[in-house]
Design a protein around this ligand. Structure first.
Ligand SMILES: [Zn+2]
Length: 203
């Protein structure tokens, strides 16, 4: 049984549920907050509380945004010829560091039968609708999915679905550690993977 006041233990339990944070780190964070000025802690709480209300999914790329259309999709300076398909919003953060200046589409995950995720659980239909709408200006679709079995299977599935559009369909060059998460790759490795991207061969 915890010897801590209930209100402290409750916050520690919440922190401990976050990815990568164990009970010890959670306690350290909460005690750090207790040492701060109450006004700062209140502001932190308010920002956290408003998080889900202040962000929406961009209607173009499905990345998190504070406007119906995100800053990347609204930017005039980006190339409309390339569309990079990624699994998660964090992948966009990683790929943006490489200097890529085309557009993105966030699929919402990868196909994973073990976890019950099929194409219908992802934004495959929305991707096909976007490609249909933008077919005239699009030249290439880059499938930037994790170098894992699921990522590979998803890339092959998307390639089949995208084939009728007669666009250049590529995927990132090999060289990223197999089974790794794209978001953790360093920017040089990612940039090399983009520069060396290859056409997908049918198997
Ligand atoms: Zn967007």
């Amino acid at each position: 049984m915890s010897i801590l006041p209930k209100s402290i233990q409750a916050v520690i339990d919440q922190f401990a549920r976050l990815p990568g944070i164990g009970p010890k780190s959670a306690s350290r964070l909460v005690f750090y907050l207790l040492s701060k000025h109450p006004q700062d802690v209140r502001q932190f709480g308010e920002l956290l509380g408003n998080l889900t209300e202040s962000v929406v999914l961009c209607s173009e790329c499905y990345n998190w945004s504070d406007a119906p259309r995100c800053t990347l999709c609204s930017s005039e300076g980006r190339s409309t010829h390339e569309l990079m398909v990624v699994a998660d919003p964090l992948d966009v953060v990683a790929l943006e560091r490489t200097g890529y200046d085309g557009h993105y589409f966030v699929l919402g995950g990868v196909i994973s039968p073990v976890h019950g995720i099929g194409p219908d659980e992802l934004r495959v239909r929305l991707l096909l609708e976007k490609v249909t709408r933008e077919n005239a200006q699009l030249k290439e679709i880059i499938l930037a999915l994790d170098p894992s079995l699921e990522g590979e299977a998803t890339a092959l599935y998307l390639m089949e679905q995208l084939e009728p559009f007669k666009l250049r369909i590529t995927r990132l060059a090999r060289g990223l550690p197999i089974g790794s998460d794209l978001e953790y790759a360093d920017e040089l490795t990612l940039k090399r993977a983009i520069d060396g991207r290859q056409m997908i061969e049918k198997i």
